[in-house]
Design a protein around this ligand. Structure first.
Ligand code: DAH
Length: 339
């Protein structure tokens, strides 16, 4: 019969050479299993002379323990090397749960802009773009806002040069002028985009914000057409009929000019959004001033039109219940991830 020492030596050699958990299991079975070498040794005890039995039994247990320890040590080594192989990218474990994929989303202003563009396109409007750094002529002059007009002060403009010819546009209205120069009436346009004002920021004022300008030029355009277009717009945004009202408003490029209010879509009898009035100030608008038409080469005797300046940032705040305009362009991922 193989001696204890030989048996242990043979077991240890095999264990060291084993490179997989399965082959270790196989070795364990061979030496420590029910029909393994150690079991055979123990089974032989009754056949031995009585004076040898004690020693053989004791040594068999020592042997069993030694083999078990070698097995455990090798098992731990193998587990460690699998882990480091996986960490260094050599290994691939199909059972590991996948890393969650990070997916981006469109900014709420972009989402709203696209939705409104679709809506206006469906009503026969063309979507126009205009420069963000704009000439004085388009920002003010051609909009009937003369050099000394107080409206120029109220638009706290970021000027780009000392002469005041070039500035960051304080509204999207200059695109109206560019449209009148480029297009032959009749036409309908909207122009979404960024605007800039040099003002102190707070929860409802931001130096950079978004507007969507609208202009319709045609024959015999009236306030009725304006109201109709705005009601269609509101139905598209809130998915139901929304009551509107006009209050007088003054802008040099429209006559008459209005502030259009919409019935608060969030409540019946007053809430924090509408300041308990049930009305929400939605957008300034009006019939295009004859001077404005004339300055851009459109005959006011033949053509008339309406224009509106939708505050996209404001509308996004209403729509998504955002309480501070500064969240919109603040770049905080915790805010953006919600859209
Ligand atoms: N451009 C104006 C502003 O930002 C808003 C405005 C008022 C636009 C009346 C219009 C309009 O088209 O008709 O203060």
């Amino acid at each position: 019969m193989e001696s204890h020492d030989d048996l242990l030596k043979r077991a240890k050699e095999q264990i060291l050479a084993a490179s997989t958990h399965d082959s270790l299991k196989e070795i364990e079975r061979e030496f420590l299993g029910k029909k393994g070498a150690v079991a055979a040794l123990l089974a032989s005890i009754p056949t031995l002379p009585p004076e040898e039995r004690r020693d053989v039994g004791k040594n068999a247990n020592i042997l069993k323990k030694a083999i078990q320890e070698s097995l455990d040590a090798r098992q731990a080594e193998l587990a460690q090397s699998t882990l480091s192989a996986e960490r260094s990218g050599d290994g691939f474990d199909a059972t590991l749960p996948p890393k969650t994929l990070q997916s981006g989303s469109l900014h709420p202003i972009t989402q709203l802009t696209r939705q409104l563009e679709d809506l206006f396109l469906s009503m026969g409007y063309t979507v126009l773009d205009g420069p963000e750094v704009e000439l004085d002529h388009y920002n003010f002059e051609a909009l009937n806002i003369g050099r000394d007009h107080p409206a120029r002060d109220s638009q706290d403009t970021f000027y780009c040069d000392d002469a005041g010819d070039l500035s960051l546009r304080p509204h999207t209205s200059p695109v109206q002028v560019r449209a009148m120069e480029k297009l032959d009436p009749p036409f309908r346009i909207v122009a979404p985009g960024r605007c800039f004002r040099n003002e102190t920021t707070d929860a409802s004022h931001e130096h950079t914000f978004h507007q969507m300008e609208g202009m319709v030029i045609g024959k015999d355009i009236s306030v009725g057409h304006l109201i109709g277009a705005m009601k269609t717009l509101l139905r598209g945004i809130f998915h139901r009929d929304v009551e509107v009202r006009l209050r007088p408003g003054h802008f040099p490029f429209v006559e008459p000019g209005f502030e259009l209010d919409a019935r608060c879509p969030f409540c019946e009898g007053g809430c924090s959004v509408c300041g308990r009035t049930t009305w929400i100030e939605l957008l300034p608008c009006g019939l295009v001033h004859p001077n404005v038409l004339k300055m851009s080469g459109i005959d006011p005797e033949e053509w008339s039109g309406f224009a509106f300046g939708l505050g996209l940032s404001r509308l996004a705040m209403l729509r998504y219940r955002i309480d501070d305009v500064r969240h919109l362009l603040g770049g905080d991922m915790r805010f953006l991830e919600q859209f």
